[in-house]
Design a protein around this ligand. Structure first.
Ligand code: NAD
Ligand code: ZN
Length: 341
């Protein structure tokens, strides 16, 4: 089969022939329809410091995908051949304290599909049956392909009650853009989102952000004054940029709630006075709740959530280089690659 592979410990990726994987007793083989490019895939492509520490080539990339079940392992029940599915990208152990307490998103033994084991940038992928998420017929594959980051956005945005609240999101990457849409969907009041990229801020506006801020041109403090509010009730850090995080803490209202999704550098300083004297509630967000987040995002799409607005490019897998270049440029929302064309 064809697969997008990290062949060796160096920058770049290769579309090459590899053997079709065989599902174990509790696994399924999925024939891919579409795979979406994640920021993580770009890191692996570029072979940054994190990738060098984490990735063991050769590896098939990809954890945002949709396809049809081709083969069921001997012990798998409850699924059918031909069924359309996406899959949770975190493979958990099922036996640790958190898994058994119903908090598998906090499993310390988590393995990432397309990170620690071969992924869905391929004609076929094997995943544990427990990771499958069936896709209703009404939802097109180009949207189901990126339920994984949609789930990150939903896990973060639904961590705190947003109804009637003033929300600040730092970072209008695909996840921040979707989070702005969710804040609108559930009834937040002011939804302010910041970035340094006007293309992405426009997407966030289309999604439902009520005020976008390019921090190269405007200060968030001025925008807070313009809105006539003392601070934001809920903050979501979705840029991974320490300056953005520092601004966010400063702009929170006393007693505000902050959800942290963006991956900050290890040496990112924190002004703890902001947290302590304002009594902020700060919550780290990892992955998606299994599988409540998947349930909610599916129902959101079925009830009109405009997920399609963040999908800006659909390309054939042969054009993957173009897709990764676009990702690196930031002039895109989600990019979905097709295996069937
Ligand atoms: P992304 O890199 O596409 O988006 C980040 C955005 O932040 C970019 O648009 C960038 O222009 C913007 N940005 C840079 N500097 C900024 C600043 N000073 N102020 C405001 N915005 C600024 O990433 P994404 O795919 O949307 O993911 C968002 C973040 O979440 C990333 O840091 C990613 O690594 C992280 N992530 C975390 C999890 C998790 O489980 N915690 C899962 C997926 C992604
Ligand atoms: Zn576990």
């Amino acid at each position: 089969m064809r697969a997008l592979v990290k062949p060796e410990a160096a920058p770049g990726l290769e579309l090459r022939e590899v053997p079709v994987p065989t599902p174990g007793p509790n696994e399924v083989l999925i024939e891919l329809e579409k795979t979406s490019i994640c920021g993580t895939d770009l890191h692996i492509y570029q072979w940054d410091e994190w990738s060098q520490r984490t990735i063991r080539p050769p590896l098939v990339l990809g954890h945002e995908f949709v396809g049809r079940i081709k083969e069921l392992g001997s012990s798998v029940q409850g699924y059918e051949q031909g069924q359309r599915v996406s899959a949770e990208g975190h493979v958990v152990c099922g036996v640790c304290r958190n898994c058994r307490a119903g908090k598998p998103h906090l499993c310390p033994n988590t393995e990432g599909i397309g990170v620690n084991r071969d992924g869905g940038f391929a004609e076929y992928v094997v995943v544990p049956a427990t990771n499958l998420w069936p896709i209703p017929d009404e939802i097109p594959s180009e949207l189901a392909a990126f339920f994984d980051p949609f789930g990150n956005a939903a896990h973060c945005a639904l961590q705190f009650d947003l109804v009637g609240e003033d929300v600040l999101i730092t970072g209008a990457g695909p996840i921040g853009i979707i989070a702005a849409g969710i804040a609108k969907h559930v009834g937040a009041r002011h939804i302010v989102i910041s970035d340094v990229n006007d293309y992405r801020l426009q997407l966030a506006r289309d999604m439902g952000a009520t005020r976008t801020v390019n921090v190269k041109d405007e200060s968030l403090l001025d925008v807070r004054k313009e809105l006539g509010i003392d601070g934001f009730d809920v903050g979501m850090e979705m840029s991974g940029n320490p300056h953005a995080f520092g601004d966010l803490l400063k702009l929170m209202y006393n007693g505000g709630k902050v959800a942290l999704l963006g991956l900050l550098p290890k040496d990112a300083g924190v002004d703890w006075d902001q947290v302590i004297f304002k009594g902020l509630e700060v919550h780290g967000i990892y992955g998606r709740r299994m599988y409540e987040t998947w349930y909610k995002i599916t129902q959101m799409v079925l009830t009109g959530f405009p997920l399609h607005k963040v999908l800006t490019h659909q390309i054939a897998i042969d054009d993957f280089e173009t897709g990764f270049e676009l990702m690196a440029s930031g002039q895109c929302g989600k990019i979905v690659c097709d295996w069937t064309g």
